[in-house]
Design a protein around this ligand. Structure first.
Ligand SMILES: Cc1cc2nc3c(=O)[nH]c(=O)nc-3n(C[C@H](O)[C@H](O)[C@H](O)COP(=O)(O)OP(=O)(O)OC[C@H]3O[C@@H](n4cnc5c(N)ncnc54)[C@H](O)[C@@H]3O)c2cc1C
Length: 497
């Protein structure tokens, strides 16, 4: 244990919520820096966390202000009904030690665990609810290649050598997912049917034309689709043009997350659901994670909490915007109805200020995804824009029944690149896939595993950057609301292509 840290409270006491004089509910930290206050002031200091005397020594222990003490059930998504069964993942049983501790059981954490365990590393993953509970078990199931930025921009932003490695990692990310699914025989309705992007207005069409040129320049297997061609691929006459990238595809994401968890478990990883990390403290020879069900000591720690990041590490949650995205799903469509929608089975996302994405699943259900209100909701009223838009695309869906409505949080970064951070020795954070996490979080997990098994920064396929926080982060819901309103205006007023 580091010299300036000493345990001050037993766990049950620690988890007690305290009334704070400021009116804010605040938790007690497991440890506090040693200082010279009289006991009564020391206690006040623990409560207020603002003490002048120990303000500078404090950042060695980090706590969660709004802890998730109870495992939350899965949202009532389509996947919760259709995904393969989950492996039992009991909570961390008391105090344990491991080489690598991973916080977060989504694609990032599970892929890291799998790739480490396969190399014989002793790895333990803790997840507040169950593997796949976060965005990984709720997303659109689109396995999309590439980053948000086109390849030339990636090279411009990161230089020739790293830029090319990033392009290779992200372009090959779907193939990595399909390979994992095949190798571990994961039942998740996978199909390698390609990713479409489509535009309905002039700015969107210009972006698609430029992306098509840029991807072709870098040898990606993409084809530009004109108005007639995109109509054939989508069954809708809304679009001016499109692009098909044959590397993409689709899957049932909760099934994939559960399959990853089982593959990691079979390779030797320990996976504990219902286990919330409530504080992270530096010790002499590693780290100590306090959880609601025990303590986990580890030489190295990976934070893989993405859009559900909390105060476990200072500034991490403020380095991303945890935006909500929403999905509505229909009952299985008739064959006649389905024939007119994405006949090749591809997935699609629109190039517009406000992205809409959709696909058919293995049972001919249409899954329509897009912007969401900034709160958890399963109320069909909150999904009216999506369901109305589907009818605008395919009027034959007028009388179709919408059966499932769910949403979740993903992480947007300021530069729209995924972020790898190493804010302290033996600590890695990986997050911020900007809506491309099915393939990219899987690939990033493999990169984190490479880093932890000795790969140098100059060989990694992602940059390691310092944590930079969004200014005025606490106002993000307001910012997102304004951004959505502004985006809707721009999409409406942009000239037709
Ligand atoms: C509605 C929706 C649709 C999307 N559609 C697509 C798509 O079609 N294609 C695509 O590529 N991407 C899509 N995304 C994005 C994609 O799902 C994410 O980028 C990806 O799943 C991120 O994986 P992750 O493992 O980093 O995070 P998550 O899957 O969010 O996992 C983070 C986990 O950390 C856990 N956690 C947080 N704090 C703690 C703690 N203190 N202790 C223990 N556990 C903790 C949470 O419980 C959570 O399970 C979508 C996202 C959403 C929400």
């Amino acid at each position: 244990m580091a010299a300036d840290l000493q345990p001050v409270l037993a766990l049950p006491e620690m988890v007690r919520m305290m009334g704070h004089p400021s009116g804010k509910r605040e938790r007690l930290a497991l440890q506090r820096p040693r200082h010279r206050h009289a006991p009564i002031l020391r206690r006040a200091c623990i409560l207020h966390q603002k003490c002048f005397h120990c303000r500078h020594a404090r950042p060695r222990t980090f706590k969660v202000e709004e802890p998730k003490m109870a495992a939350k059930p899965l949202p009532k998504s389509l996947y919760a009904e259709t995904a393969r069964a989950a492996l039992p993942t009991p909570p961390l049983p008391g105090d344990r030690s491991t080489d690598v501790a991973i916080v977060g059981g989504g694609f990032t954490g599970l892929s890291t665990a799998l790739h480490l365990a396969q190399q014989g590393v002793d790895v333990t993953l803790i997840e507040a609810s169950e593997p796949g509970w976060g965005a990984s078990g709720r997303n659109g199931g689109q396995v999309n290649p590439g980053l948000k930025h086109d390849p030339s921009a990636v090279i411009k932003d990161h230089g020739e050598a790293l830029g090319r490695r990033m392009i290779e990692l992200s372009g090959g990310a779907p193939a990595r997912v399909f390979d994992i699914v095949r190798r571990h025989q994961i039942q998740c309705e996978v199909a390698e049917t390609g990713t479409l992007r489509a535009a309905f207005n002039r700015p969107g069409a210009a972006m698609i034309e430029s992306t098509a040129r840029d991807y072709a320049l870098h040898g990606a297997p993409v084809s530009y689709l004109d108005r007639q061609e995109i109509k054939v691929w989508t069954g809708s006459d809304r679009y001016a043009c499109g692009l098909i990238d044959r590397r993409g595809g689709k899957l049932n994401p909760l099934g994939y997350a559960r399959g990853l968890a089982e593959a990691a478990h079979n390779a030797g990883a320990k996976i504990h659901g219902g286990t919330s990390a409530v504080s992270l403290a530096r010790e002499a020879d590693g780290w100590k994670l306090a959880t609601n069900s025990g303590t986990l000591r580890a030489r190295r720690v990976v934070l893989a909490t993405n859009g559900y990041s909390d105060a476990l590490w200072p500034g991490l949650a403020r380095s991303i915007i945890p935006v909500f995205s929403a999905i509505a799903a229909t009952e299985p469509l008739s064959e006649a109805q389905a024939q007119g929608i994405l006949p090749e089975g591809s997935v699609l996302f629109e190039i517009a200020d406000l992205t809409v994405y959709y696909r058919l699943d293995a049972h001919r259900r249409l899954l329509m995804g897009g912007r969401s209100v900034s709160r958890d909701t399963g109320d069909p009223i909150d999904y009216r824009r999506l369901t109305d838009y589907a009818i605008r695309l395919w009027p034959t869906l007028k009388d179709v029944r919408w059966t499932h409505f769910w949403n979740g949080q993903l992480a947007i970064t300021q530069d729209h690149y995924p972020h790898l951070h190493e804010p302290a020795p033996g600590l890695i954070a990986a997050l911020g896939y900007n809506g491309r996490g099915v393939a990219m979080a899987t690939a990033t997990g493999a990169e984190v595993a490479r880093r932890l098994t000795g790969t140098g920064l100059d060989e990694l396929c992602l940059p390691v950057s310092p944590i930079t926080t969004y200014p005025f982060h606490r106002f993000w819901p307001l910012g997102v609301t304004i951004r959505l309103w502004w985006g809707a205006m721009r999409d409406r007023l942009a000239p037709a292509a």
